[in-house]
Design a protein around this ligand. Structure first.
Ligand SMILES: C[S@@+](CC[C@H](N)C(=O)[O-])C[C@H]1O[C@@H](n2cnc3c(N)ncnc32)[C@H](O)[C@@H]1O
Length: 292
């Protein structure tokens, strides 16, 4: 586990949009280190309640420690947010007045070399949020046929050099660490741009391993059903594929009113203080009617 703590992005914007109130119920579907959750609990004192979910079992005790001052106002569950509805039902969080998704990975996960998310990782090439997941990144990298690997890198990484990268990976198999994969990609790419040449491939593998583009629409659908009328859903994304899913979902869901036409971005000062916030986009919507 890493020493550097996770800094919550767009924290004030999340609070402004959720406008937490005493006596109300909130769901943080991506608890992480519990930063946003603590803000929501503070703002909904003395008796607002929060249900926090995270797929990563390592996140739960970290968040529990940070949120222990809020006592029984907090319920935490280690689960994928694709199970949002059943978890909310069991915990008594239907309807809820606000639901937050702060997608992607935490600094704790990125900085833990053993998880395989970072280019520098000398540990196994894993990338699972939940260690019970069936497939890890090393399985994909070492077992997929070259054409399928290229398609995956192209679709989930929006990487134009996907074929060249897939060929280099297949040629270098077996690849067992993140650092080894990053080095293979670096050698295969002729030019270096602003991004590390392995950035898009790592994103693609993480999305595939965690089925991110399937779980997000499933969870958003459930969130809309769980929301109380006038309840709000706030989603922070970190890449264009997930932002597109959220934008289209909000636009096509007729019980939602989109709260801002363009996504909110971090202010310059936040971007300087927390580089992770540079790619963050926040979208929010309010439920106008009950689904029934
Ligand atoms: C950016 S961090 C959240 C940070 C948190 N908002 C804070 O302020 O500390 C994202 C978290 O979401 C979790 N996560 C990602 N996808 C998930 C999913 N499908 N279901 C549940 N948790 C997920 C990750 O494990 C990670 O801990």
């Amino acid at each position: 586990m890493a020493e550097r703590p996770h800094i919550s992005v767009l924290a004030q914007e999340v609070l402004d949009l959720l406008a937490p109130r005493a006596g109300s119920r909130y769901i943080d579907a991506t608890l992480g280190a519990g930063g946003h959750a603590a803000e929501i609990l503070n703002a909904s004192a003395p008796n607002g309640r929060l249900l926090g979910l995270d797929a990563d079992p390592q996140a739960i005790p970290i968040a529990a420690e940070r949120l222990k001052e809020f006592g029984d106002r907090v319920s935490l569950q280690q689960t994928n947010f694709e199970n949002l509805m059943s978890v909310a039902k069991t915990a008594g969080f239907i309807p809820a007045e606000g639901i937050l998704f702060d997608l992607g990975l935490s600094s704790m996960q990125l900085n833990d070399a053993a998880r395989g998310f970072s280019f520098l990782g000398e540990g196994a090439l894993d990338m699972r949020f939940d260690p019970r997941g069936e497939t890890n990144a090393a399985d994909l990298v070492n077992e997929l046929p070259e054409a399928e690997l290229a398609d995956l890198i192209y679709e989930y990484g929006e990487e134009r050099a996907s074929r060249r990268i897939a060929r280099a990976i297949v040629y270098s198999r077996p690849i067992s660490t993140a650092a080894q994969l990053a080095a293979v990609i670096e050698r295969a790419m002729r030019r270096r741009g602003r991004l590390h040449p392995a950035t898009r491939t790592f994103q693609a593998l993480r999305i595939a391993v965690n089925r991110e583009l399937e779980t997000l629409p499933a969870a958003l659908k459930q969130a809309v059903e769980i929301l109380a009328p006038q309840g709000r859903v706030v989603v922070i994304t970190f890449h264009s594929l997930e932002d597109r899913i959220v934008k289209n979902f909000f636009r096509n869901e007729n019980v939602l009113r989109v709260l801002a036409k363009h996504p909110l971005r971090a202010a310059r000062a936040e971007m300087l203080a927390n580089p992770r916030s540079r790619s963050a986009k926040l979208r929010a919507a309010e439920k106008v009617n009950d689904v029934a």
